[in-house]
Design a protein around this ligand. Structure first.
Ligand SMILES: [Zn+2]
Ligand SMILES: [Zn+2]
Length: 352
């Protein structure tokens, strides 16, 4: 029996409970979106944490385990999934006893700029202390840098207002794949494991599938409750809950636009609009690796007029940020788990 089956079994109603009617074939469809596909991978709290430790040079089971205090079975399963998805690859490093380690693939390494964009948002908006948990050093220019989502053509920072959209070759709708996406850790507290992380803080805001979808629709200009509901096929109590939460998080402003009956709309705040960077970085990664290079959307940068690829660049030298060019300085004391703790050590590497 596969892991997935056993998990599903456990959540079934106990004996004696009213048997649930089998679900009808899935009819719900949603827009094709490379970001949703990327969020589905990242929003699994454990998968995200495993990836993050990979960027901090963890490769061996025991290292992941001691860094995260993750149950062994969960770790085995996530490593297997990340390998099946193509983000990690398994490499045998010892014959006797037989032992393997998990290294980032080109696809996994390419997700690094997405992590950086999430990190920049978390540092700016969600950091609880004065200093962010880590300083990133861009070895190419030597500066402590802030990752910035930019236009690949003119290298200027892009935002929701400076970009227009057109349908790309992969445009259209696909069936919503609930089952797959819901099988993630439901406990966002898990994200606090291991080390302080602005990326984890950001995922707490957008990592919930529905919260993310609501934010995405907001970037497409959808503001009203009814419209959100019909676009997303979301139950109204869930939508109410997510909107309230996002208002409390400062992502949306709630504004009354009609008195009788009372109606409200939800507009992104400055903080909410700043999520554009991470979303657009995910879009590019998802287009490249999950949409077989058939992007559902073509992006045009108003300021320079060019169609562009979102690129995460160094705010100092404007060169694209790559894992192999980065080092970091920790502003916290790392856990001793066998990895060298030297500051300035590069984060990720080894091209497949
Ligand atoms: Zn441009
Ligand atoms: Zn730089």
């Amino acid at each position: 029996m596969s892991q997935a089956t056993s998990l599903r079994r456990q959540t079934r109603a106990p004996r004696g409970a009213k048997p649930r009617r089998p679900r009808p074939a899935r009819l719900l469809h949603e827009r094709n979106c490379s970001v949703a596909r990327t969020v589905a991978i990242l929003s699994d709290s454990w998968a995200f944490l495993v990836l993050r430790e990979s960027y901090f040079a963890a490769t061996r089971f025991e290292t992941f385990q001691s860094a995260l205090g993750i149950p062994r079975q969960t770790l085995t399963q996530r490593l297997r999934e990340l390998t099946a998805q193509g983000l990690l690859r398994r490499v045998q490093y010892s014959e006797r006893p037989k032992r393997s380690e998990y290294r980032l693939t080109a696809m996994g390494i390419d997700l690094y700029p997405v992590m950086l964009a999430l990190l920049a948002f978390g540092d700016k908006w969600l950091c609880r202390s004065e200093k962010p948990p880590i300083y990133l050093v861009h070895n190419v220019c030597g500066a402590v840098c802030r990752p910035m989502a930019a236009c690949s053509n003119c290298k200027e920072e892009v935002n929701a207002r400076s970009v227009t959209y057109g349908d790309g070759p992969g445009a259209g709708v696909s069936p919503i794949l609930d089952a797959k996406r819901n099988r993630r850790s439901s406990d966002p507290a898990v994200l606090d494991r291991g080390r302080p992380s602005s990326v984890a803080q950001t995922l707490k805001v957008i990592g919930d599938r529905w919260s993310f979808m609501v934010i995405r629709e907001a970037f497409f200009g959808v503001r009203q409750f009814d419209e959100l509901q019909s676009k997303l096929g979301i139950a109204s109590n869930i939508l109410t809950d997510r909107l309230n939460r996002l208002v409390a998080e400062g992502i949306f402003d709630r504004r009354k636009y009609q008195d009788l009956p009372e109606r409200f709309e939800y507009r992104l705040t400055e903080k909410g609009r700043d999520l554009y960077g991470p979303l657009i970085a995910m879009l590019r990664w998802g287009d490249r690796w999950l949409s077989r290079d058939e992007p559902p959307l073509i992006l045009t940068h108003r300021d320079c007029g060019a169609d562009f690829e979102p690129t995460v660049v160094c705010d100092h030298c404007r060169k694209p940020l790559q894992a192999s060019d980065m080092s970091y300085r920790l502003n916290y004391r790392p856990k001793n788990d066998g990895r060298p703790a030297k500051a300035g050590r590069p984060i990720a590497f080894e091209q497949a």
